[in-house]
Unconditional design. Structure first.
Length: 326
């Protein structure tokens, strides 16, 4: 078992990771910026990675942290475009600071949640060796941190390039594609598609992302399967328009293809065979995830306008105190 410093513990993926960890019994030291105000089922230490102190909070001596799982930061393209300077401070500068602290603390494993968005616009099926082509400040921030982390070999870094996540979490989100489509399909009976709908995206259930992170966290740090490795991870590559049709069928709604005024140039399909061939995980299907989301939405209809379910709104509120433009 590992002693894990978990950043972003109060977020969408961090909450599910703590659920998935229950039977695994890793010791988790959770940190989070705390931008969400809704009640949260797991306690965490509120800390800003840009300013938090090294020993007292991040790496206390009595914790014997051997692994860092780094999820914290602005977590999607729209939020990253609000204030590019803030995105750099929060995603790049804070991550580099955490990496430096982890090295000084003698951490043996550093696992970073990157994103498929680093591939940007690419018509080919991309592997981990494909050139990066980030098109947004969020994607660029992930690419920069990847490069910096891979240069710190003492941390035996492992990087996951996750597809767009979906599924139920104790800290729900409705600003990601599948979750939003399910909510809109059930509440308005319409699913809007922008950017033409022909663009591909890879998708991954949030529980599968958590399981993959914990799988790596529980391994020997110097294994050739982990140290210095990058893994694409998704369960499905699907066109946005086709995805909308799948969700519409399951929610008894209709798909609205909006005018092609603002084409979405982000287009990528991931080859995830490297991870699957080595570890053989089984993934949650889109249909199964949608059915679970459908039950959650139907049960929680009265709270769907909660600001905390929309990451961009939570960041806007937080940035009022820090941002140079809001």
């Amino acid at each position: 078992m590992s002693n894990i410093l978990l950043t972003g513990a109060g977020g969408y993926l961090g909450a599910v990771l703590q659920q998935v960890n229950f039977p695994l019994r890793h010791t988790i030291y959770p940190l989070d910026l705390g931008i969400f105000t809704s009640p949260f089922p797991y306690p965490y230490n509120k800390i800003d990675l840009k300013t938090g102190t090294f020993k007292r909070i991040m790496f206390p001596e009595d914790a014997s942290i051997d692994t860092v799982v780094h999820l914290a930061g602005i977590s999607n393209d729209p939020s990253g475009e609000i204030d590019p300077a803030f995105t750099r401070r929060n995603n790049i500068d804070a991550s580099k600071r955490l990496i430096d602290f982890a090295l000084a603390a003698g951490v043996k494993k550093f696992i970073f949640a990157s994103s498929a968005s680093v591939y940007g616009e690419n018509d080919a099926l991309v592997t981990e060796e494909s050139p990066l082509n980030p098109k947004t400040h969020y994607a660029e921030s992930k690419a920069v941190v990847e490069e910096y982390l891979l240069g710190v070999k003492e941390l035996n870094p492992t990087i996951f390039r996750f597809g767009t996540l979906f599924g139920v979490s104790p800290k729900m989100r409705f600003d990601i594609a599948i979750n939003l489509m399910v909510k809109d399909g059930l509440t308005t009976k319409k699913i809007n598609v922008y950017g033409g709908g022909e663009q591909y995206r890879p998708f991954l259930h949030v529980e599968d992302a958590a399981a993959a992170l914990l799988l790596i966290a529980g391994q020997m740090p110097t294994s050739v399967y982990f140290s210095g490795q990058i893994y694409n991870l998704c369960s499905s590559n699907i066109r946005i328009g086709s995805l909308a049709e799948v969700v519409a069928n399951l929610t008894e709604s209709e798909v609205i293809f909006n005018p092609y005024d603002h084409p979405d140039i982000r287009n990528y399909r991931m080859d995830c065979s490297k991870f699957l061939n080595r570890f053989g995980m089984e993934f949650t299907s889109i249909v199964s995830g949608v059915l679970s989301l459908k039950k959650w939405v139907e049960y929680n209809t009265l709270v769907l306008d909660n600001r905390d379910y929309y990451t961009i709104e939570a960041w806007k509120e937080y940035m009022k105190h820090e941002s140079t433009i809001l």
